[in-house]
Design a protein around this ligand. Structure first.
Ligand code: EPZ
Length: 425
């Protein structure tokens, strides 16, 4: 297996470039199924989730070319091939194939998704939307079967503000007959990005980015060119690294508006965050003050950043509480950080962190994508050489991480080690 070896202590300096948004990419690629001619998406991150979706689209007959961040998908020969097993299990976002294939073919068979284990992650709101549009949905042998004679617009109220359900219902509704209204919709920037692509394909969508989205069904959608938005979670991860280990770092290719909740919290901690048009500069920070954080749906503090942020709080003077209101079990990084001498205690949906506590290098395990990112940040500041195992989780969501971090002075490498060396499996 491959691991990251990180020697802590180097101060980070220079410019680090953010890639395209993973959580947009995994929806934009399935959305291309809905078109009747080629769709080109530029600026895609070169991560395993994108490669998995490429092979899934090829499996259903798509002709896909992916080179240096630009993917062209020709959906004209696609068929409603059942996908009950295999690659669909590798990522949670494979559920977008349900909305896209139901919308295009009026039927789909998709294996239940995989992805990070953050507590229960049902898809009941997705199914509620599909059924409201007229689909029959059953769960057979671990796969979701969807079929509809016809899809008709409906008014759908989401019981839970769900990014996935909002996007998936949009995908199923754009070719339905009549108007669909999604109420209590999620407002994440990735939803606006997907709505932008669909609109440029000929869809009629109003209100993306607000909690009410109106979709007027059309007969067909055509190909188009689209450039993805930057990844606000990757940008936030780098901002946190700069705050805890930087001597002056520029984060390039970021929309400051998308990371406002993190910026506000960093400023509360005493970090000077300088916002430019498409860059954020973070100078060396001498003293960090403890703060409390509550994760909320966008535009609140993103749950995806609470794990990296928890490392920063181990270095802040005083006690901090992080409460994750979105996921009930997203603190797996704390056990690993405690192995590095962090003072953290999980209590239900909260964790109490006390600092500043010097971290010590250890061999640790990435349990999920953002917990893995947190361990990389911890390794950058720990005394000694940290080994991070199970790095496949990290490489699902951060492209060219080694090169990017070395580019600002981090001492990090990816090396193979014998399987028997795995820790606390
Ligand atoms: C998206 O997941 C992101 N993934 C997640 O990022 C992110 O943490 C999450 O949104 C919240 O912002 C992608 O976009 C691929 P939700 P998603 O549906 O859509 C509950 C990362 O690190 N819920 O908004 O699956 C659910 O259990 C990943 O990049 C239902 O109850 O999240 C959760 O508690 C991790 N029923 C809450 O809603 C449903 O039908 C929010 O989930 C759907 C969701």
């Amino acid at each position: 297996m491959d691991v990251y070896k990180i020697r802590g202590g180097n101060r980070l300096q220079g410019t680090i470039k953010v890639s395209g948004a993973k959580n947009s990419a995994v929806a934009l690629i399935p959305a291309s199924i809905l078109a009747n001619s080629p769709v080109t998406i530029e600026g895609l991150p070169e991560i395993s989730d994108v490669l998995t979706l490429q092979s899934l689209l090829e499996e259903i007959g798509g002709i896909v070319n992916f080179h240096e961040g630009t993917m062209t998908i020709d959906p004209s020969e696609m068929i409603a091939m059942p996908l009950p097993n295999g690659d669909v299990k590798k990522l949670r976002a494979s559920y977008y194939l349900m909305g896209a294939m139901l919308g295009k073919f009026k039927k789909a068979v998709i294996g239940l998704p995989g992805g990070c284990h953050l507590g229960p992650r049902p898809i009941d709101q997705h199914i509620k939307g599909f059924e409201a549009l007229g689909a029959k949905v059953t769960n057979e042998h671990g796969a979701i079967y969807l079929r509809a004679d016809e899809l008709r617009g409906a008014k759908i109220y989401l019981d839970v503000v769900s990014v996935g359900a909002t996007i998936n219902i949009m995908l199923a509704a754009v070719l339905a007959k009549g108007q669909t209204i999604i109420e209590n919709a999620a407002k994440e920037p990735e939803i606006i990005d997907v709505a932008t692509l669909l609109t440029n394909m000929g869809a009629k969508i109003k209100g993306a980015g607000t909690n009410v989205i109106r979709i007027d069904g059309v007969d067909e959608l055509h190909g188009t060119n689209h450039t993805i938005i930057p990844d606000r979670i990757e940008a936030g991860t780098f901002m946190i690294m700069a705050a805890v280990a930087g001597n002056g770092v520029i984060i390039d290719n970021v929309i400051p508006f998308h990371v406002e909740a993190l910026t506000a919290k960093l400023r509360e901690m005493g970090v000077n965050v300088v916002e430019g048009e498409e860059q954020i500069y973070i100078p060396k920070t001498d003293k960090l003050h403890a703060v409390d954080v509550k994760t909320l749906v966008y535009p609140g503090f993103p749950t995806d950043l609470q794990q990296p942020f928890s490392v920063l709080l181990t270095q802040a003077a005083g006690s901090s509480i992080i409460t994750d209101t979105v996921y009930s079990a997203r603190f797996k990084q704390i056990d690993e950080l405690r192995r590095m001498n962090a003072d953290g205690r999980v209590e239900g949906r909260s964790v109490i962190l006390t600092g500043p506590t010097p971290l010590q290098a250890a061999t640790v395990r990435a349990t999920d994508l953002r917990a893995g990112a947190a361990l990389v940040i911890a390794g950058l500041i720990a005394e000694g050489e940290t080994e991070v195992q199970e790095i496949q989780h990290i490489e699902r969501g951060y492209s060219s991480l080694i090169q990017k971090l070395r580019g600002i002075g981090a001492d990090i490498s990816k090396v193979p080690v014998p399987e028997k060396a795995a820790v606390n499996k």
